[in-house]
Design a protein around this ligand. Structure first.
Ligand SMILES: [Zn+2]
Length: 692
C-alpha cells in the first residue's frame, strides 16, 4: 500500500458546489474572428516560428475560458500579456511553474501528513476532531483557485495538451523537457463546473452506500429440510466476504463444498437480481436457496424484523440502477474533457495510459492461453474432483515454507525488538539487496521510520526537501514476521519514492506511470525478505506454486475486467437504457465471456459469476488494473533477475518517471507492457510441478 495524492484530486471537490449561472453564460473567448486576429498579432510580434504554439495555446485557453474570467477585451489582453513568445521567456516560465508546483504539492502534502499523524501513527487514543483533521484536504480547491487566478489559463496558453495517441506515437521522440511540459499542461486539462463535480460525487456516494450495506446473513440460508450450513451471526459483505469465504472453505473437508455451492447460488442471484429484496442485510428472514422463497426466521439469530414488504419480490434491479446513475453523472463531464471525451477514455487514456483495445488484447492473451487448461487440470488433480465455477477462486497453490510462521516470528522479534532497531539496520538491508555502500547510506538517511497504528504503509514526499516515511508495526514483544514482510515491501516503495523524486531530472515527471509500477517495484524487495534475514530463499517448488497462484488469479480477474469494461461501452452505446436493460446486458456479457474463456475448462455454460464484483458498481473500470498489475510485476521481477546488479538496476528504472507505461517498460526491459513474462514463468512453474 502507498499513500500519494495529487492536486488533481481537487477534481472531486465536494465543498465547491456553487450555482452554475456564470458557467452557463456565453463564453466570450469562443470568437473565431478575434482568435484569428490574436494569433496574427502574436506571430507579428514573435515571428512565424511561434505560429503553431500561438494557434494551439489560444485554442486551449478559449476552450476553458468562462464569462466570469472577463469579457472579450479582457480575454484578448490576457492572451497578449501572457504568451511566452521567446525561448528565454518560455524557459523561465517552465522552470518557475515546475518549482512552484513542487512547492505547493510538497507543502500541502506535508500539512496533510501532519494532520493524519494521530490516525496513521501509534500515538494513543483518537478523538473525534482527529478524524476531522485527518479528513481535511488542503488541496481540495487548488484547481479552482488556479483557474480563478488564471495560473491555469497561462499554463494552457503556453504548454501543449496531448491525447494518449500523441503521447504513444510522438512521445517516443520527445525530449524529457517535452514530456515534463505535457504533464504540466495535463494538470489543467479539465475545468469541470462545480455542479457536474457535485453530481458525480452524489451518485458515487449513493452507490458506495448501496455496496457497503449489501450483507448476506449466512446462517439464514436454508435448504428444503431447513438445514443451515453457516454459523449464527455470520454476515458477509458482497462480493469480498463471499469470495473470501469460498477461499476459506477449501480447508473445511466436511461442509466446504456445500458452502461453496451455496455461495455460488447467492452470487448468481445477485447478478441476475433474482435475489429476494427482503434477504439483503436482513437477519429477520430465512432464505431457501432451492426454492428462492423467503420466510420470517424461526431462529434466534438477531431480532426478527417486520417482514419486508413484497415477500419474495426480487430486488428491483437496484444494482443496475446504481450503475446507470453513475454512468449518467459521469457522462456530464464529457463536454469538459476535450482530450478524453468519455469516461472510458478518461480511465484508459488518462489513468491507465494504455488504450482500451490493447488492454483487452492483453487480457485475452492470458484468457486464451493454453496454460489455462494445464493449470485447470492440475487443480482438478489436487482437488480430486472436476472443477466447479466457484473454483475460479481456488487458492490451494500455497507454498509450504521451510520455516513455520512461529519460527519466523521468533527470528524477526530477536533481530528487530523495536522500530529503532529496524531503522538502524536499514543500511545493512539495502547493502544485502545489492545497493552500494554510498547509496545504502543515502537511502537510509532519507527515509524516516515511524511506528504505524495499522499494519504499515509507505508515505512518499511530494517535494525534494521533505522525506518519505516508512510506517511499520512493532508489537510489544518485537516485530513479528508479518510486520517485517510488510516493512520490507513498504521500504521498497520508499526507495522508489526517493529515486523517482530526488534523483529524477524533472520533478514534473516524478513517480511512476501508475500504481501497478510502484507495487511491482515494492514486490521486488518483498520477494527477497527471507534472504535478507539470512535464511534460505524459497525453493523452486515454492516459487512455482506462488507463480501459479498469481496466474490463476490473473485468469480469474481478467474475465471480470472484460465484463466491467464491456458494460461501460454498452452504456455509452445505449445511453437511454433502463436499469432492466443494463441488467440484461451485464448478464449477457458475463455469460458470453464465461462461455468463451471459462466454459472450456469448467465444462459448464452460461455461468454469470463474472458479474459479481462490487467494483463494477462503485469503482467502475478499476478492475483491469489488477491483471495488468500481475503482468507488470512479472516483467519487472524478471528484469531485476536478468540484470544481476539489483541496486543499480532498481535506481535506473525508478528514475524513468511518469511517462506512459509502455515507454517506461521499454526503457526498463526493452519491451512494452504485456503478459509474456507472466506466461513464461507460468509455463516453467507447470513443468516444475510436473503438470500434464
Ligand atoms: Zn504496496
Amino acid at each position: 500500500m502507498t499513500f500519494r495524492f495529487r492536486a488533481l484530486a481537487a477534481l472531486l471537490c465536494l465543498a465547491c458546489a456553487l450555482p452554475l449561472p456564470a458557467a452557463a453564460k456565453k463564453n466570450p473567448a469562443q470568437n473565431e474572428k478575434l482568435n484569428v486576429q490574436l494569433e496574427q498579432e502574436l506571430v507579428t510580434r514573435y515571428g512565424e516560428t511561434q505560429r503553431e504554439r500561438a494557434h494551439r495555446g489560444i485554442a486551449q485557453v478559449a476552450d476553458v475560458w468562462r464569462a466570469e474570467d472577463g469579457d472579450a477585451m479582457a480575454y484578448a489582453a490576457f492572451v497578449r500579456d501572457n504568451f511566452a513568445g521567446t525561448p528565454e521567456a518560455l524557459d523561465a516560465m517552465f522552470s518557475r511553474y515546475e518549482y512552484n508546483l513542487e512547492q505547493i504539492d510538497g507543502h500541502l502534502h506535508e500539512i496533510n501528513r501532519e494532520l493524519r499523524t494521530p490516525s496513521d501513527l501509534d500515538t494513543g487514543p483518537l478523538a473525534a476532531y482527529d478524524d476531522l483533521f485527518a479528513a481535511y484536504d488542503p488541496t481540495a480547491h487548488l484547481l479552482d483557485d488556479f483557474f480563478a487566478n488564471k495560473l491555469a489559463q497561462i499554463a494552457l496558453l503556453n504548454f501543449p495538451l496531448t491525447t494518449l495517441e500523441q503521447r504513444l506515437t510522438d512521445g517516443q521522440h520527445w525530449t524529457r523537457r517535452q514530456w515534463a511540459e505535457t504533464r504540466l499542461a495535463e494538470r489543467f486539462s479539465k475545468r469541470i463546473p462545480a455542479a457536474v463535480t457535485q453530481a458525480i460525487a452524489d451518485s458515487a456516494s449513493d452507490s458506495e452506500k448501496y455496496i457497503a450495506e449489501y450483507n448476506i446473513w449466512m446462517h439464514h440460508l436454508v435448504d428444503a429440510q431447513g438445514n443451515r450450513l453457516f454459523p449464527a451471526k455470520l454476515r458477509l459483505l458482497s462480493h469480498w466476504n463471499l469470495r473470501d469465504e469460498v477461499k476459506a472453505d477449501y480447508s473445511d473437508p466436511d461442509h466446504g463444498l456445500a458452502k461453496q455451492r451455496a455461495i455460488q447460488k447467492v452470487m448468481a442471484r445477485i447478478v441476475t437480481q433474482e435475489i429476494p429484496a427482503a434477504v439483503i442485510d436482513n437477519p429477520g428472514v430465512d432464505w431457501n436457496l432451492d426454492t428462492n422463497a423467503v420466510t420470517p426466521t424461526t431462529d434466534a439469530d438477531g431480532e426478527p424484523r417486520a417482514h419486508a414488504p413484497g415477500g419474495n419480490a426480487r430486488e428491483p434491479d437496484t444494482r443496475y440502477a446504481m450503475l446507470l446513475a453513475d454512468f449518467q453523472a459521469r457522462r456530464k463531464a464529457d463536454p469538459y474533457s476535450p482530450t478524453a471525451p468519455t469516461y472510458v477514455q478518461r480511465v484508459f487514456d488518462e489513468d491507465m495510459q494504455i488504450p482500451q483495445e490493447r488492454v483487452k488484447a492483453m487480457l485475452e492473451q492470458v484468457l486464451a492461453s493454453p496454460l489455462v487448461a494445464r493449470t485447470a487440470a492440475l487443480i482438478e488433480k489436487r482437488l480430486g474432483r472436476p472443477l466447479e465455477p466457484f473454483d475460479v477462486w481456488y487458492n490451494g497453490f500455497r507454498p509450504r515454507g521451510s520455516y513455520t510462521e512461529a519460527q519466523l516470528d521468533e527470528i524477526v522479534a530477536r533481530k528487530y525488538p523495536t522500530a529503532a532497531a529496524y531503522k538502524q539496520d536499514m543500511p545493512n538491508i539495502l547493502l544485502k539487496l545489492g545497493f552500494s555502500a554510498q547509496r545504502a547510506q543515502y537511502l537510509a538517511g532519507n527515509i524516516i521510520v515511524d511506528p504505524a497504528r495499522g499494519s504499515g504503509h509507505a508515505m512518499g514526499a511530494e517535494m525534494r526537501s521533505a522525506n518519505p516515511h516508512l510506517r511499520t508495526r512493532v508489537e510489544a514483544g518485537g516485530m513479528n514476521y508479518k510486520g517485517y514482510n510488510i516493512a520490507v515491501h513498504e521500504m521498497g516503495h520508499n526507495v522508489e519514492q526517493t529515486f523517482s523524486l530526488n534523483d529524477i531530472d524533472h520533478t514534473l515527471l516524478h513517480g511512476v506511470p501508475n500504481t501497478a509500477f510502484t507495487e511491482a517495484l515494492a514486490f521486488t524487495f518483498q520477494n527477497r525478505d527471507l534472504e535478507l534475514l539470512g535464511l534460505t530463499k524459497p525453493d523452486a517448488q515454492s516459487a512455482a506454486l506462488k507463480t501459479l497462484n498469481d496466474f490463476w488469479s490473473t485468469y480469474e480477474i481478467a474475465g471480470v475486467a472484460l465484463v466491467d469494461a464491456g458494460i461501460w461501452n454498452w452504456m455509452y452505446a445505449h445511453p437511454k437504457a433502463t436499469p432492466a436493460q443494463v441488467r440484461a446486458a451485464t448478464v449477457d456479457l458475463a455469460r458470453e465471456v464465461w462461455n468463451r474463456y471459462y466454459a472450456p475448462v469448467f465444462h459448464q455454460q452460461d455461468v454469470v459469476l463474472l458479474g459479481i464484483y462490487s467494483h463494477m458498481i462503485n469503482s467502475f473500470l478499476y478492475l483491469p488494473n489488477y491483471p495488468l498489475g500481475h503482468m507488470i510485476a512479472f516483467q519487472i521481477e524478471a528484469q531485476m533477475q536478468r540484470a544481476g546488479d539489483f541496486g543499480r538496476e532498481f535506481e535506473r528504472v525508478a528514475k524513468i518517471g511518469r511517462v506512459t507505461p509502455d515507454q517506461w517498460m521499454i526503457a526498463a526491459t526493452g519491451a512494452p507492457v504485456g503478459p509474456e513474462a507472466l506466461l513464461t514463468s507460468t509455463a516453467q512453474a507447470l513443468d516444475q510441478l510436473g503438470a500434464p
